[in-house]
Design a protein around this ligand. Sequence first.
Ligand SMILES: [Zn+2]
Length: 456
Amino acid sequence: MYARSNPGRPRRRRDILAACLLAACAAAALLSGVAAREEAPEGPGYAEKAARTVLISLDSCKAGELAPGGIGRLARLLAERGVLFAEARTCLAAETMSGHTSMLTGCTSATTGILGNGLYDPLRGEDIAVVQDSGYRNHATIFEILEGGRPELQSAFVSGKWRLPRFLAQGADDVVASPSSGLPMTPELVARVGRPWRHFEGDLPDAYTLRAATELLRREAPFFSFVNLAWLDRIGHDSGVDNHNRRRALRQLDDLLELFLRDLRRLGMERDTLLVFTSDHGMDSVSRYLNPRRILEEAGVAVRHVHAEGHCAFVYLENPAADLRRALERLGAEDTVEVVLPREELGPLDLDAPRERAGDLFLSCRADTVVRFKNLSLIYPGMHGGLSSQEIVLGFLGPGVEPRPGIHERAPGTPARVLAPAARVPGIEDLAPTLLAWWGMEVPEWMDGEVLDVLP
Ligand SMILES: [Zn+2]
């Protein structure tokens, strides 16, 4: 009732949106993407079963950017030889830490307890901008599950983002992390790929990250590799989207991914590697900001704390019993605010966490507006976080992944193996259970995600 125009999205489990696949039907003989054209593999395209899985997270890649004009060759390859979902969604607050935590735990934000990049800890009175203490997350990752259930299988965590490994790489056998993470680089890796040049905030260029991932594949051939590519996110924050810099970054990323696929072929791994492409959130250009504290205090509402997460924020009031309604009405009157809801109504957004994490109310701004962070008036040209940046990419390529028509393109009588007519939109929390099922491992009951029927 307080939302201005979009009263929250329905809980995903109840979604009946017909997510469709972009994958086009093509005859087997024609199933050759760009990477396959130069050196067409002989015989059948893929092995019976993948020997390894590589999960590539294209940090901040918007759904429409894995497409012609953006990361176009990979998009065509996925459409011709794999599966590319037309619609998929990350968990709120559509941030790097929450997105990757949901990606690797199979849980929504409310379940993991990680609702953004950081959190407000009311007990300590501390606002953590980027959570690094893994004690704050409530569930294990698939690295930890693999380590516990199949310790003989090697795993690798390769991260361009400096902030991911300390929080999520526990259980991985090999970790490649920016020196800014505080984790050491192994001398062997330095000998092979050198020391990276870094963005001043600590993230690594994609060329370095992919080279490190390739070296690990060559040396260890891990059963499971997670690879976070950070540079698109850096370009987006530094210059916004829908501009020359972003488009150039997309083309460069397309080139790098093609080179990575060629390296897989040189290593003899192309036919028996399952590749999964996804992103943790989207990105929008920002032109204005919202200061919820000032707005509420001018309305006579005492604010204990505002925890900002890009386009959205969790607000703690001094006297919620007396002031909550007024706060919701006042923020709801702002034309930059898309949604504002009390904590009790956050179930449909999968944000119904305890007050310690979710505050008294949650607000999400329109795509061009970011919440003022502490006292900083400086904002990045590009930001994410909030409902406007929930759409992500999701694609699969490898043994047993077959191109199939999307539900909207499906000819009558063609079986739709992936999505039933009332299919739900796949979410980032579906990846962990899907991979565990594919690996023949039990999917824990505590996982919120569902196994996507995309692999044989
Ligand atoms: Zn991110």
